[in-house]
Write a protein that binds this ligand. Structure first.
Ligand SMILES: [Cu+2]
Length: 128
């Protein structure tokens, strides 16, 4: 009788141990996937108001590899969550420059900037 009890304990611990192994394996796979398709970067985008926010965020909306893009008009910080295998940080900044907004790395053209509504014509960083 005692022997049987020990056997059951052994089997139970084997099952438990096995399922724990399985669980930690799936966790490892999950976290790798999350890391692969989501990189979060914050950087400064020059701009003024709520309309700028719409234009800046709109530059990335629906673009391949962009999970989310939020610009804060008070701090001028842009936070982008993206898939590095589909779009690079440089490409993101170029897209923002294309709609009229400067980052430290990519400057919009004078022409595009001058077409922005008056309230959106922010003080531009000095030319390097
Ligand atoms: Cu604006």
């Amino acid at each position: 009788m005692k022997k049987k009890a020990i056997q059951i304990t052994l089997i139970t611990s084997l099952i438990l141990g096995g399922s724990q192994l399985f669980a930690s394996n799936t966790n490892a796979i999950k976290s790798t996937i999350v890391q692969n398709d989501s990189t979060v970067e914050s950087f400064k985008v020059y701009g003024n108001c709520g309309m700028c926010k719409k234009t800046i965020e709109g530059a990335l909306k629906g673009e391949k590899g962009i999970n989310s893009a939020v610009w804060n008009k008070d701090t001028k910080q842009m936070e982008v969550n993206f898939d590095e295998s589909k779009i690079s940080l440089d490409e993101i900044k170029k897209k923002i420059a294309l709609v009229g907004y400067d980052t430290e790395e990519y400057r919009s053209t004078e022409e595009t900037y001058s077409k922005l509504p008056g309230c959106c014509q922010y003080d531009r960083p000095e030319k390097k």
